[in-house]
Design a binder for this molecule. Structure first.
Ligand code: COA
Length: 236
């Protein structure tokens, strides 16, 4: 959850690029899967994506909002959170489907206190229908590589103890999870950045940007074809 904590601000491929990510949903949540090797185009989001971020978050159910923000966030809270996103200070990552709908997003919120400048907090949400395909885990992975390259040493996730999926993502990545009643705090110690971690991130971002451009072009092209077809039918 990234829900405006004190120290950390911020309501803290394989396959065709024209197709949505190809991972199949899993039937059993505790079955090991090959998704760890799945490549998902995850791009960083900027100012131009604010409206889609709002759309994604507003579409979350009340329970998901509770899990994501740690309280029953109403529409107004979400609008405020989105309006307050600072793309210069924090990093936001997203996964788009081929209709250019934002199906998953993560917020990496950096500490605003100088004494905790090596700390960041991670918050994530995946559209209900897209869950169980590894998107949450991939976003966490992407955020950790980026955080590491930014000099972050400790990555925090604040989650409710009932949030099995989120805690699993954190644990699988090697985070230490400390439960305190209905809440849990997970923290992951990140290694120093290396040339490899920097290059991996650059390649991943480039792939995701290219994927997004292809999807945007494909969407426009299908729109154009649809309009032509309509005009032909109208003229017939
Ligand atoms: C938490 C959330 C992001 C997980 O997204 P996801 O894309 O479904 O997660 P993944 O598919 O990557 O699964 C990650 C792990 O959790 C497990 N998992 C997923 N859903 C689960 C569930 N309902 N119960 C138990 N385990 C679950 C998966 O099996 C996987 O573990 P594995 O790799 O060891 O098999 C998603 O459920 C969500 O958006 N929830 C609402 C918002 C929220 O809770 N945010 C987190 C707080 S910041």
């Amino acid at each position: 959850m990234t829900d405006l904590p004190n120290t950390i601000r911020g309501p803290a491929r394989a396959g065709s690029v024209l197709l949505p990510p190809v991972a199949a949903p899993r039937s059993a949540h505790n079955a090991p899967s090959a998704r760890t090797t799945m490549v998902v185009p995850i791009r960083s989001l900027g100012e131009g994506h604010r409206q889609r971020i709002a759309g994604h978050l507003l579409a979350l159910s009340p329970h998901d909002r509770y899990l994501r923000f740690g309280f029953s966030a109403g529409d107004a809270h979400i609008q405020n959170y989105v309006a307050g996103l600072n793309f210069d200070r924090d990093d936001i990552f997203g996964i788009y489907n081929r209709k250019l709908e934002l199906i998953a997003m993560a917020h990496l919120a950096y500490s605003v206190s100088p004494e905790f400048k090596a700390c960041a907090e991670f918050g994530v949400s995946v559209r209900a229908k897209a869950r169980g395909r590894g998107f949450g885990a991939r976003l966490f992975e992407r955020a950790t590589i980026h955080a590491r390259n930014e000099g972050v040493e400790l990555l925090f996730v604040h989650a409710l103890s009932e949030n099995t999926a989120m805690l699993k993502i954190a644990r699988n990545a090697g985070a230490v999870v400390e439960r305190d009643g209905s809440e849990a705090e997970a923290f992951l110690r990140l290694p120093e950045a290396t040339l490899d971690s920097r290059v991996s991130e650059m390649v991943a971002e480039q792939l995701a940007q290219t994927d997004y451009q292809f999807k945007a072009q494909a969407k426009q092209f299908w729109g154009l074809l649809g309009a032509l077809q309509k005009a032909r039918n109208g003229g017939a």
